[in-house]
Design a protein around this ligand. Structure first.
Ligand code: NAD
Ligand code: DAU
Length: 358
């Protein structure tokens, strides 16, 4: 094996897409997937990937520093791709505790384990690399113009983005203070296969498919910069292989859309692919404006010049191509959506591991 990569949160949305990318494109890498299997972690996201020389699943909490240290001593880990996090802004507003714990303390715990394995003892054969996956939300909210660059000042405004900003600062501190070989990526909104249906696009897909109301917060004019998840994963792989320690890379594809535009696009695609609702109603008629999210950031937009010019990364899909591929995937995988929505995916864990998820 040329690399042994520890992927944290590999049973979540982006982590699972990343594990699949490694499996398809790096046949000589061993993947250790550590995931606590919170409500957002789903072993069904990795069906077809079996335990063996190239893959090991470990159910642990990244906040358990002893367990993380043990993993580094059991496996010759030379690379970390750190995805594990509490990731949903609405949940962070309703209950910030888990965000502070996992996103801040969990990242600290991993940094300590990596420092102990790579710097406090003779290092692994390969030059090690700690890639911290972060978000554009750390930069705050934009007005109608301008873009986030790598030098934009941090200005997080939700408990989620504040916890991610704290973790970014810790990663940066471990690079500058101890020389831990670390890099950070800050990406815009992802969409695509295996996204938990509490996030805008899969939630709207599921409700629109079944003719239910489509909740749009506030006036629906908030702007997000959408990136197909596989393009994000390819960017992370590139930063691991060709990026520089101590650097951060913004990732985004210039696909800014208002929430109303996104929701109507999903509705119209479903009307074409599944036919109109009874009474020849268009699905966009289901849009229901609801109370706004507290502290709702108005606009995010990424300037991806650095990763394009230094590493040659470009997204392969624009929003039109990505959203159609996404809707096709969800239509072909309604069983996956239903299992996630009713919690029965957790039974899969019980069948595989002989005990229930705690
Ligand atoms: P997700 O919520 O779908 O998945 C998170 C995964 O982490 C789950 O499998 C969960 O079980 C696991 N996890 C949570 N707490 C854990 C803990 N204490 N120990 C071990 N595992 C734990 O998240 P996602 O949308 O795939 O996001 C992944 C990462 O990418 C996050 O760090 C997020 O901040 C970042 N990010 C997400 C987006 C996006 O649009 N979704 C955009 C930019 C950056
Ligand atoms: O920008 C990157 C971030 O994108 C990631 O760091 C987060 O982990 C990820 O969850 C996402 O955050 P958002 O808050 O932008 O995503 P969400 O899908 O929750 O919402 C997208 C937009 O849609 C946002 O403006 C809120 C709005 N929205 C969301 C939901 C769930 C609605 O109008 N109605 C809804 O029901």
């Amino acid at each position: 094996m040329t690399r042994t990569i520890l992927v944290t949160g590999g049973c979540g949305f982006i982590g699972a897409n990343f594990v699949r990318l490694i499996r398809e494109s790096r046949p000589d890498w061993r993947v250790i997937n550590v995931d606590k299997l919170t409500y957002a972690g789903n072993l069904n996201n990795l069906v077809g990937i079996n335990e063996g020389e190239r893959y090991r699943f470990v159910r642990e909490d990244i906040c358990d520093t002893q367990a993380m240290r043990r993993l580094f001593s059991e496996e010759p880990i030379d690379t970390v791709a750190h995805f594990a996090a509490e990731s949903h802004v609405d949940r962070s507003i309703a209950g910030p505790d888990a965000f502070i714990q996992t996103n801040i303390f969990g990242t600290f715990s991993l940094l300590e384990a990596a420092k102990n394995a790579w710097l406090d003892k003779p290092g692994p054969g390969n030059a090690p690399c700690f890639l911290h996956v972060s978000t554009d939300e750390v930069y705050g909210s934009l007005g109608t113009s301008g873009y986030f660059t790598e030098t934009t000042a941090y200005s997080p405004r939700s408990p989620y983005s504040a916890s991610k900003a704290s973790s970014d600062h810790l990663v940066s501190a471990y690079f500058h203070t101890y020389g831990l070989p670390a890099r950070i990526t800050n990406c815009s909104n992802n969409y695509g296969p295996y996204q938990f249906p509490e996030k805008l696009i899969p939630l709207i897909f599921n409700n629109a498919l079944h003719g239910k109301p489509l909740p749009v917060y506030g006036d629906g004019q908030n702007v997000r910069d959408w990136l197909y998840v596989e393009d994000h994963c390819r960017a992370i792989l590139l930063v691991i292989e060709q990026g520089e320690n101590g650097e951060r890379y913004n990732i985004g594809g210039h696909n800014e859309k208002t929430n109303v535009e996104v929701v109507t696009t999903v509705c119209d695609l479903l009307d074409v692919k599944r036919g109109l609702l009874p009474g020849r109603r268009r699905r966009r008629e289901l849009i229901t404006f609801v109370r706004d999210r507290l502290g709702h950031d108005r606009r995010y937009a990424i300037d991806p010049t650095k990763i394009r010019e230094r590493l040659g990364w470009r997204p392969q899909l624009d929003f039109a191509g990505g959203i159609e591929a996404t809707i096709d995937w969800y239509l072909a995988n309604t069983a996956w959506v239903n299992k996630v929505a009713d919690g029965s995916y957790q039974k899969y864990y019980a069948e595989m591991y002989g005990r229930a998820i705690a």
